[in-house]
Design a protein around this ligand. Structure first.
Ligand code: IYR
Length: 226
């Protein structure tokens, strides 16, 4: 194997097992409080909090460490309005024509429709783009590996970081989302992955009465314990 540069694993931390238990339990309970919110307050969120959450997202593992993502954080009212208008065009098409009856039935418990006022109300929209390939300084293309998985991981960390900061998010996926490239000036080599709506919940925000699967429903252990 060819030699490659390494550094000591200085930042790793091991905890005593009881502390591990407490930490993971506390984290689980905190994440279990996270709810997707569709009613946002217009209260401003300091930009540095968004920046730090994005830095956390940028720590995600990625295929060959090529970090195939780009985030566009928008608080500008004019740009948010453009995004809302374009998203609602697609959403009207979705709800009136494109969605199958089965899909509409699956969405019923969420109470969603084509009206997306939160795209203007919320203080920040973060458009997540997936880069199918990167560019070297001389313009040559660099193939990205597992860009979908990598960008999904980064987005998960972003949502987690924002939740930890006490902010609510909505993972919004108007489909198709090509309009985001045009409005936000991103190249065609980048595919819009998700539009994350970020802010404080409205004072009277309500959320759907839906639950999460139990561990046993979504997990299998294959142990060799006695
Ligand atoms: N994009 C539409 C529809 C929608 C689709 C799924 I899958 C959801 O989990 C929620 C909504 C909308 O945003 O209304």
């Amino acid at each position: 194997m060819t030699d490659y540069p390494t550094i000591p694993l200085e930042d790793y931390r091991e905890y005593p097992v009881e502390e591990m238990r407490e930490r993971v339990e506390r984290f689980y309970r905190d994440m279990a409080r996270r709810r997707t919110v569709r009613e946002f307050s217009d209260r401003a969120v300091p930009r540095d909090i968004i920046e730090t959450a994005l830095k956390a997202a940028g720590t995600a593992p990625s295929g060959a460490n090529l970090q195939p993502w780009h985030f566009v954080a928008v608080s500008d009212a004019v740009t948010k309005r453009k995004i809302r208008e374009a998203a609602e065009v697609e959403e009207r098409e979705f709800y009136e024509h494109r969605a199958s009856p089965e899909w509409l039935a699956a969405l019923e418990p969420l109470g969603t429709d084509s009206s997306k006022p939160f795209l203007e109300t919320a203080p920040y929209l973060i458009a997540v783009f997936l880069q199918k390939y990167g560019r070297l300084e001389d313009g040559r293309k660099v193939k990205h590996y597992y860009p979908t998985e990598s960008t999904g991981l980064a987005t998960g960390i972003l949502i987690t970081a924002l939740h930890q900061a006490g902010l609510a998010t909505l993972t919004h996926t108007p489909s198709p989302m090509k309009f985001l490239n045009e409005i936000l000036g991103r190249p065609t080599s980048e595919r819009p992955f998700l539009l994350l709506v970020v802010g404080y919940p409205a004072d009277d925000a309500r959320v759907p009465d839906i639950g999460r699967k139990d561990l046993a429903e979504f997990t299998t252990f294959i142990d060799d314990l006695p």
